[in-house]
Design a binder for this molecule. Structure first.
Ligand code: NI
Length: 175
């Protein structure tokens, strides 16, 4: 079932997700619903608080770029209680968007690589070393689980430039 999305500047997007204590069928149903919601928007990631659930669950479909520069999305990957560590010193800048901040794309600087430890949807722990797009998307979703948005990572100048657009989104979706 497709779930309703929560938009900037709804307070739930600023709250920290709670750790999942047991991966139950209810959690797996939430994951399926989040996947449907993500796919309906052709998005590459979604976190549970974006659909109103304060749980540490996020999904990503990593973008894959072909030799002609066209993007497709990899199959859905589930991260429950993700813990990120060892960000690389090297960073890169690319524009990001967000389901909760429609139609706004802004350059964000992030580390090139990251290590993640998480549970899969069967409750099994796994570790991954991610680089490039995979690292970027997971860091974006992990930010959501910590009550952070990509707009918090902009320079003051960038933020000032998009403030009118942010106010318009808040007015359109929350008032
Ligand atoms: Ni987002």
């Amino acid at each position: 079932m497709k779930l309703p999305l929560f938009y900037y500047d709804h307070p739930i997007l600023r709250q920290k997700a709670l750790l999942v204590t047991e991966v139950t069928d209810e959690i797996r149903q939430l994951i399926r619903d989040m996947e449907e919601t993500m796919d309906a928007a052709a998005s590459i990631g979604i976190s549970a608080n974006q659909v109103g659930k304060l749980l540490s669950v996020c999904l990503v479909r990593y973008p894959i770029e072909d030799e002609y520069g066209n993007y497709s999305r990899a199959p859905t990957k589930v991260y429950i209680n993700p813990k990120l560590s060892n960000p690389t010193k090297q960073t890169w800048v690319h524009d990001e968007g967000c389901l909760s901040i429609p139609k706004l794309y802004v350059d964000v600087e992030r580390p090139v690589g990251i290590t993640v430890v998480a549970l899969d949807e069967n409750g099994n722990e796994f570790t991954e070393q991610l680089t490039g797009w995979a690292a970027r998307v997971l860091m974006h979703e992990n930010d959501h689980l910590n009550g952070k948005l990509f707009i918090d990572r902009l320079t003051k100048k960038q933020r000032n430039q998009i403030d009118p657009a942010l106010r318009a989104i808040d007015k359109k979706y929350n008032r």
